[in-house]
Design a binder for this molecule. Structure first.
Ligand code: GNR
Ligand code: NI
Length: 167
């Protein structure tokens, strides 16, 4: 059980293009366990490895109210998508900011599970939004990148100021 510190925008490490996992082993499963601990502690409905400073393609998701539906995806890939939907997003790496973002409404995802077995998943609604948000993190992309430059700058300045005040 270990909660890891979460990196905050505009930390340049959040812009890393994460590397595909080649071996699903105990070391990787330890990362996944820590990611669940960190996500549930926050609390959040998803977390991507780069948010805790690990740059392998791993995400965890749990959109259940009870926090009893953990889902880990290794090397996740969107292999199909349909529709579009605008919803309000937040991000543990952008604390305090909530803004509308347009995403695919339904997606089909291919990934490896924590035993290295391939599986596919169909997601819609909040789960689809969350998985798209997490896969963006693996590509160095943040939800604020979908906003106007003005909104993004406003958020950046607010977080930079908070960071200075914590020093
Ligand atoms: O906890 C989270 N909530 C959330 C709400 C709407 C859309 C996306 C998310 S993901 C976020 C956790 C997070 O930052 N994951 O990267
Ligand atoms: Ni996020």
């Amino acid at each position: 059980m270990a909660i890891r510190p979460i990196l905050h925008f505009p930390d340049p490490r959040l812009r890393t293009l994460c590397k595909p996992v080649e071996q699903v082993d105990d070391d990787l499963r330890a990362l996944i366990d820590d990611m669940f601990d960190t996500m549930y502690d926050a609390p959040g409905i998803g977390l991507a490895a780069p948010q805790v400073g690990d740059f392998r393609r791993v995400i965890v998701v749990d959109i259940s109210e009870e926090g009893n539906a953990p889902l880990a995806l290794i090397n996740p890939e969107i292999i199909g998508s349909e529709g579009a939907e605008i919803s309000e997003e937040g991000c543990l790496s952008v604390p305090g900011a909530y803004e509308k973002v347009e995403r695919a409404e339904q997606i089909r995802v291919k990934a490896l599970d924590k035993h290295g077995e391939p599986f596919e998943l169909e997601a819609h609604g909040l789960e689809a939004v969350c998985i798209q948000h997490e896969i963006d993190h693996l590509n160095g992309k943040l939800f604020v990148d979908y906003l106007s430059g003005l909104k993004r700058e406003r958020i950046r300045k607010k977080l930079e100021k908070q960071k200075r005040q914590n020093m």
